[in-house]
Design a protein around this ligand. Structure first.
Ligand SMILES: Nc1ncnc2c1ncn2[C@@H]1O[C@H](COP(=O)(O)OP(=O)(O)O)[C@@H](O)[C@H]1O
Ligand SMILES: CC(C)(COP(=O)(O)O)[C@@H](O)C(=O)NCCC(=O)O
Length: 390
């Protein structure tokens, strides 16, 4: 292939198969993207270390992000098969042929479904550790993608300028089905310091039982319409409408999540599902925010980044977590969120191919290349160059 030739190839698929969702990241060149055969003699591995002797090409393309429900894994298999994600573009781009039919995969499902992938598609899953994937995905995003991290204050996203020289240490809180809290000290340097089983799976599972809601999105939408004060016992309910200012609690603070249900002679059906969903979301988000802060305090960490699909860019979830961190830290620590929150593990597995260079990445939200498009949870795109051959 000559310089400037155009190709439409997909290569290097990576998966994060979690308890609730399968996250997929793949690299694709498109018809509009010419192959840039600039020699790249100074490529670096994922730890930023020069591997000088490597000759290769930089291929312009895009990283695509897609998710499926783990319970519908066949949809994922069909998608891979219909797009031939495990075959296409391998040779045109000059990627090593040995990549064919071996894909990087992380999450528990990389173990659980290994035989299914082999049987149905002839794919071998090359397993990448889940915690290490979360960390390399987060480090990559924080260092390479502008406007990736933001705080959420009074209903507004404030994008943070991340200083690469002052990124570490930080606490990464990944809210998936369960919650993992990881102290990150550098590239590849981390320790999982805590976790809780009260996470996204709890919200969706318990919410489904309590409200009979049929989908996660519908449950979230319901929570948006609800009023948690109908079910939560507030400080004011206990203190006759007064604040308990001596210990810093206003009358509107929640004293006991779901506590009002004790004294009311009501069956579940007599509560509005919207109110139940709201109380549940608040209880879980608050609890995670509090545990996260306590772990940050334990290790003297000032920055806390929250990831995982539970957040889903949902305003009320981010607001509750932000308020919890602010309240417990007395304003000392701040909660930060990531635009590609749900794809940390899948991106980390992708990074394990050691193709992407931090300084060759540009975020495009859509065709208009607007970097501030807010919701990249579905069909998000990152434009970047990858190392084509070695
Ligand atoms: N469409 C969806 N279906 C199911 N859960 C969803 C969906 N969107 C967001 N969620 C939430 O995200 C959580 C899963 O987050 P994720 O980071 O993908 O974790 P896991 O790796 O355990 O699947 C679910 O438990 C649920 O709270
Ligand atoms: C086991 C897990 C790492 C799996 O990751 P997930 O699929 O939930 O993203 C996670 O669910 C977790 O950290 N659970 C909390 C377990 C605990 O520390 O109590």
């Amino acid at each position: 292939m000559e310089d400037g030739d155009t190709i439409d190839a997909i290569s290097h698929l990576a998966l994060d198969i979690g308890g609730s969702l399968i996250k997929m990241v793949y690299f694709s060149t498109s018809k509009e993207q010419p192959v840039d055969k600039t020699k790249n003699n100074a490529s670096r591995d994922s730890n930023g270390v020069s591997n000088g002797s490597k000759d290769g090409y930089l291929v312009n393309g895009r990283l695509y992000f897609i998710k499926f429900e783990t319970s519908k894994i066949n949809e994922c298999l069909d998608f891979i098969s219909s797009k031939q994600l495990h075959y296409r573009g391998v040779q045109q781009c000059g990627f090593p042929v040995s990549d064919k039919n071996i894909i990087k995969a992380t999450g528990g499902g990389a173990f659980k479904f290994a035989d299914l992938f082999k049987e149905k598609l002839g794919i071998s899953l090359d397993k990448v550790d889940e915690m290490s994937s979360l960390v390399s995905g987060a480090n990559f995003l924080l260092k390479a993608v502008p406007s990736e991290a933001f705080t959420y204050v009074n209903g507004k996203r404030n994008y943070e300028q991340i200083d690469h020289n002052d990124l570490f240490p930080y606490l990464l809180v990944n809210i998936g089905s369960g919650v993992s809290m990881i102290k990150v000290d550098g590239d590849g340097k981390f320790e999982r310091v805590s976790g809780t089983s009260v996470g996204g799976g709890t919200f969706w599972g318990l919410g489904k039982l309590l409200t009979k809601c049929k989908s996660f999105d519908a449950l979230l939408e319901m929570s948006h319409q609800g009023n948690n004060r109908v079910i939560d016992m507030l400080v004011g309910d206990i203190y006759g409408g007064m604040d308990y200012s001596k210990i810093g609690l206003t009358s509107t603070a929640i004293a006991s999540s779901f506590g009002k249900a004790i004294s009311e002679d009501k069956e579940l059906e007599e509560y509005k599902p919207e109110d139940v969903a709201r109380s549940l979301l608040r209880m879980i988000s608050n609890n995670i925010g509090q545990i996260a802060y306590l772990n940050a305090l334990r290790f003297g960490l000032k920055k806390i980044f929250f990831g995982g699909f539970f957040i889903g860019g949902h305003a009320y979830t981010m607001d509750t977590i932000s308020v919890a961190v602010d309240f417990w830290s007395k304003g000392e620590a701040k909660a930060m969120f990531l635009r590609h929150e749900g794809f940390l593990g899948a991106l980390g597995a992708f990074m394990n191919y050691q193709l992407v260079q931090d300084d060759s990445v540009r975020l495009v939200g859509d065709k208009n290349s607007n970097p501030l498009v807010e919701d990249l949870n579905d069909n998000g795109i990152i434009e970047c160059c990858v190392q084509a051959s070695s």
